[in-house]
Design a protein around this ligand. Structure first.
Ligand SMILES: [Mg+2]
Length: 297
């Protein structure tokens, strides 16, 4: 049966999410240590606590909820509205510029997706990341409209007294997509549960035999596609878990301790999830797999 739909993971499959996170978060943390005088260990522990509570490592209101930063404010500012935001503006500026500079598509992605669409296929993106920053990344990288439908997690709970509008009116946080249709998956439903993938294919009138799925995680993406009977492609070039910088993400993660340990164990065990196809070094290797190009090179 010909392939009619490509379902693509986003983070570390079309862009290097980890590089963008690390390249913005790590220098922001350095600047917070410098500007506040609070130790890095204390800040990391408090950040970990907020990420756990909020279920994301991209929480827009993070600085407001770190007790040590508030305590380190100059006395004159203590009771002022938005004092934390104003006093640590330099750290926020570093975070924003780091995010912009490091959120980049992998080579070959734009051209490959454009050709897949030109061949008449539908492109669906499926990510566990939250809608807000995913939509920002899609706009920033020029994928608005290249992706037909985006499935992402609903946004995090907002802090008391803060509306979605407040968050979204912040500079650089322009929100929403013009041409890509946006859908949400149920909160707490996670890969590798195959039900969500089957449901989204069904929503758009596709059978699993008409779909190809690509993602960087063997445990999440490849296991899910195989369980759903969808042809799987491993984006091997996107694997980030072996990089030494990944330890910072583990220290401040929103994942539970069990999740982190399970991932570590599975990596050490060298899991027996074998992908059907692999893109070794470039997303464009998909074109050969989809039969849109005879040889790659
Ligand atoms: Mg991924």
């Amino acid at each position: 049966m010909p392939t009619r739909v490509l379902v693509t993971d986003l983070d570390n499959t079309v862009w290097d999410w980890f590089a963008a996170w690390y390249g913005s978060f790590a220098p922001m943390l350095e600047e917070l240590v410098r500007a506040s005088g609070v130790s890095r260990d204390i800040l990391e522990a408090e950040i970990h606590e907020v990420h756990q509570r909020r279920g994301t490592v991209e929480y827009s209101n993070l600085l407001d909820e770190l007790p040590s930063l508030r305590k380190a404010l100059p006395v004159v500012l203590e009771h002022e509205d938005r004092a934390v935001w104003r006093h640590y503006q330099s750290a926020l500026d570093i975070l924003r510029s780091g995010r912009r500079a490091n959120t980049l598509l992998y080579p070959g992605v734009l051209d490959t997706l454009t050709r897949i669409k030109a061949a008449g296929m539908t492109v669906i993106a499926y990510t566990e990341s939250l809608a807000y920053w995913t939509e920002w990344r899609i706009r920033h990288t020029g994928l608005d409209g290249i992706i037909d439908v985006l499935y992402s997690s609903p946004d995090h709970d907002l802090p008391l007294g803060m509306s979605t509008e407040d968050l979204r009116s912040r500079p650089d946080d322009y929100y929403g997509l013009e041409r890509t249709q946006q859908r949400h998956v149920q909160r707490g439903v996670l890969k590798p549960n195959p039900e969500v993938l089957l449901q989204m294919l069904g929503n758009h009138g596709f059978r699993s035999s008409e779909a190809v799925y690509i993602g960087d995680s063997l445990m999440k993406d490849i296991a899910m596609a195989q369980a759903a009977g969808v042809l799987d492609v491993h984006a091997k070039f996107g694997e980030a878990q072996m990089r030494s910088e990944y330890e910072l993400l583990r220290r401040v993660t929103h994942w539970s301790r069990q999740d982190v340990e399970r991932e570590r164990e599975l990596i050490a065990m060298n899991p027996t999830i074998l992908p059907t196809y692999t893109c070794e070094s470039n997303y464009s290797e998909l074109l050969v797999i989809l039969g849109l190009e005879t040889t790659h090179g």
